[in-house]
Write a protein that binds this ligand. Structure first.
Ligand SMILES: Nc1ncnc2c1ncn2[C@@H]1O[C@H](COP(=O)(O)OP(=O)(O)O)[C@@H](O)[C@H]1O
Ligand SMILES: [Mg+2]
Length: 248
């Protein structure tokens, strides 16, 4: 479904991605794991059309996304939930959920979509008329995921949903994502800093570090976590611990 090849992205003089390749099959749950600054957010932003690649190809259903405008990429069925849980704090949960749909002509679809989605996010239903700024972090994360689903995407990309949340809430969020996948045939691409939970959640894992994929494989083959840990901390880069940052 999604094929990223030789993707390179720079911000001025900073190289964020250097020759990244990933692929995601329809209905797969794939995780990109890596430390802060690895390039995870940049990868999702590039796929969504938010940052222009310097080099490389991004194909979705065989269609080239590089050079396409973000809104046209969204229209193909790709939705990004950015890191940071950006809700409109003074608007209600309801208003936040519908905010992306006011421009589209058919509100009736949006109404029934929202009602179905609330079945997956009962906490949001309880808080329906409250300002989103008063929700807990976990509830805000659920709100931004639900909002991303309002456009009926086929591929949902979620950037570090667990950041700063209690483990129990994070488990609920991941269980909800998997339920949505099972019942709606969604495809999931998720960024996380820690791989622990991802060993249960995903079918495949990529380890990203310093803008490069250092390891990828089937989650089933990586269950002991050791190969992931080695790649994560850069031990496999030059057959020795990465010391470039320390030396610089
Ligand atoms: N808007 C930006 N301007 C300049 N540098 C950036 C910007 N966004 C990210 N970077 C840099 O690009 C690299 C990758 O960042 P990012 O994709 O946010 O990584 P991650 O999401 O894995 O933490 C880092 O070195 C970061 O400092
Ligand atoms: Mg990030």
């Amino acid at each position: 479904m999604l094929e990223v090849e030789d993707l390179a992205v720079s911000y001025g003089g900073t190289t964020a991605l250097a020759g990244v390749a990933i692929s995601v099959k329809e209905r797969e749950a794939v995780c990109v794991v890596g430390p802060n600054g690895a390039g995870k957010s940049t990868l999702l932003a590039a796929i969504a059309g938010g940052v222009p690649p310097k080099r490389g190809r991004i194909r979705f259903d065989g269609k080239e996304l590089v050079g396409m405008r973000a809104e046209n990429i969204a229209r193909l069925g790709i939705s990004l939930v950015p890191e940071g849980r950006h809700v409109f704090g003074t608007l209600t949960v309801e208003e936040n959920l519908f905010i992306g749909t006011y421009a589209t002509s058919d509100r009736r679809y949006a109404q029934s979509d929202a009602e179905q989605l609330l079945g997956y996010f009962p906490r949001l239903k309880e808080r329906w008329r409250q300002p989103a700024g008063r929700l807990s972090g976990g509830e805000q994360q659920m709100l931004v995921i639900a909002r991303a689903l309002m456009t009926r995407p086929r591929l949902v990309m979620v950037d570090e949903p667990s950041l700063g949340l209690a483990p129990k809430i994070v488990d609920t969020i991941y269980a909800t994502l998997l339920a949505l996948r099972a019942e709606r045939g969604l495809t999931l691409l998720v960024n996380e800093q820690s791989s622990d939970r991802m060993l249960k959640f995903s079918e495949r894992i990529y380890v990203l570090r310093n803008g490069r994929i250092l390891l990828h494989g089937n989650t089933a083959d990586l269950q002991d976590g050791e190969a992931i840990t080695r790649a994560y901390f850069g031990f496999d880069e030059h057959h020795a611990p990465a010391t470039s940052e320390a030396a610089a």
